[in-house]
Design a protein around this ligand. Structure first.
Ligand code: GDP
Length: 459
């Protein structure tokens, strides 16, 4: 579970939203005399999501001159306590100088900021919503806390983040060197990650790489786009879609930027969009333009995706423009291996978002990369494999003392992480580690996912 802080200047509607999320349970928290009302905390429900919500609204009735300073300190405290901040604006008033102050605090202090344009139940708030894009905090979610509107959109935005926090919490659980039984290993992650959850995909790439075209085509292929979330259009940050039978949520950075229309902030926005998209995603599709592939920006985002441990699929778009397809493909593969060695084994798919060619293969590569990212290899098989690897190519013996790799086990998935128990692991050369990682990738068929391999000392 996660903690959401409602942040913003007085009277934007934080309390109203707090009350709506917490409902009747509020009374238990709030009505106790003597409890300081500076920060209120409650257990929120939004659809199937359960989380803690913090409200900084307690000061709204305060009248002393130091209100601003206290509000500021309170906000900073709430931001520290929260996993996600929901920055609220009054859409009818647009962005005020006081809002800018809060936006600045959030930009500096919070990793995850969502923007809500409240009181947007009428068209009179359209201008205010547009202004909100200029804050550079992403796509404002139009809500009306008072009328309960926009709650489905809020849910749609929170859900992938909630998943990400769940996954993160699991990743950070201490690695264990207790050997799992094969049964346990075969169970994988268990019910936390039920297969029915939509696969979270981000399409990232430079402006004009064709992200919008690709996403529109994917949405166009979803003949089944109905059901409870059908009302969620491209206004939302993530789009539910059933693509070729696979439920997905696609993080739409292109749509966000198109609406921003703030040219001078384009670069800044696209970098932060990319970051957000990568954090949200399970699979990151790095979309390249065949006419200008592997630009700095492409390399940076691909590298980021790898470091964040996401599954990566590289798609080369506008393939319809290419005449010498064979030669070009060989050239791209060579460049890819040279420029992005850390993504070795990631699939490179050629597509045309415009004509639709190659999209079957792209779909399959995404599903495959996701599956591999989630994979768990049974410990017995791993150790058989390790024995073979050691025989084929024994580790070096610096100073006459052979480094012994005794035994290994997979300690996590998403992406797969392995621990090897070894004597003097600090002496093991990088080249030997690469030998093992490449071997794992090939022998267990794990393309398109980062593999984490760590060594623990055991003499
Ligand atoms: P975005 O900024 O990444 O969202 O890029 P867009 O989807 O807006 O596409 C930029 C331009 O490239 C538009 O003029 C598209 O029509 C064009 N485009 C996108 N995909 C393809 C493709 O597969 N082939 C060709 N020839 N043009 C494409």
């Amino acid at each position: 579970s996660f903690t959401l802080a409602l942040v913003g200047r007085p009277n934007v509607g934080k309390s109203t939203l707090f009350n709506r999320l917490v409902g009747k349970r509020l009374a238990l928290v709030d009505d106790q005399p003597g409890v300081t009302r500076d920060l209120r905390e409650g257990e929120a429900r939004l659809g199937d999501l359960r989380f803690t919500v913090i409200d900084t609204a307690g000061l709204e009735e305060a009248t002393d001159e130091s209100l601003q300073g206290r509000m500021r300190r309170l906000t900073e405290r709430a931001v520290e306590m929260a996993d996600i901040c929901l920055f609220m604006l009054d859409a009818r008033q647009g962005v005020t100088p006081a809002d800018e102050v809060f936006a600045e605090i959030l930009r500096k202090k919070s990793a995850h900021v969502l923007l809500a344009a409240n009181k947007s139940e009428s068209n009179a708030s359209d201008a205010g919503v547009l202004e909100a894009y200029a804050l550079g905090l992403g796509d404002p979610i139009r809500i009306s806390a008072e009328h309960g509107e926009g709650m489905a959109d809020l849910h749609a935005v929170l859900m992938p983040l909630a998943d990400a926090f769940e996954a993160r919490a699991l990743e950070q659980a201490p690695a264990t060197d207790i050997e799992l039984t094969e049964e346990e290993a075969a169970e994988g992650e268990g019910p936390l990650f039920s297969r029915s959850k939509p696969l979270q995909v981000a399409v990232v790439g430079r402006p004009n790489a064709g992200k919008s075209t690709l996403i529109n085509r994917i949405l166009g292929e979803d003949r089944l786009l109905t059901g409870p979330e059908a009302g969620i259009t491209r206004d939302a940050i993530s789009l539910p879609v059933e693509w070729k039978g696979t439920p997905m949520r696609i993080f739409d950075t292109a749509g966000m930027r198109k609406k921003a229309k703030v040219q001078e902030k384009l670069e800044k926005l696209s970098v932060s969009d990319g970051l957000r998209a990568v954090k949200f995603a399970e699979v990151v599709v790095v979309l390249l333009d065949v006419e200008i592939p592997f630009e700095q920006q492409d390399l940076r985002i691909a590298d980021l995706a790898e470091r964040e441990g996401r599954a990566v699929v590289v798609a080369v778009n506008k393939w319809d423009l290419e005449d010498e397809k064979q030669e070009k493909l060989a050239e791209l593969k060579e460049e890819f291996n040279r420029l992005l060695p850390q993504l070795k084994g990631a699939p490179l798919i050629t597509v045309s978002a415009k004509t639709g060619r190659g999209l079957d293969r792209l779909h399959d590569a995404i599903v495959r990369a996701h599956e591999v990212w989630n994979r768990r290899v049974p410990t017995a098989r791993l150790n058989q494999w390790l024995t073979g690897m050691l025989e084929a190519h024994p580790p070096p013996a610096p100073g006459g003392r052979r480094i012994k790799l005794r035994y290994m086990t997979q300690v996590k998935t998403r992406p797969p992480g392995f621990v090897v128990m070894a004597s003097f692991p600090e002496k093991l050369p990088e080249s030997y580690k690469r030998y093992l990682v490449n071997g794992l990738r090939e022998d267990f068929d794990m393309p398109g996912t980062p593999i984490r391999l760590t060594f623990r000392s055991q003499s």
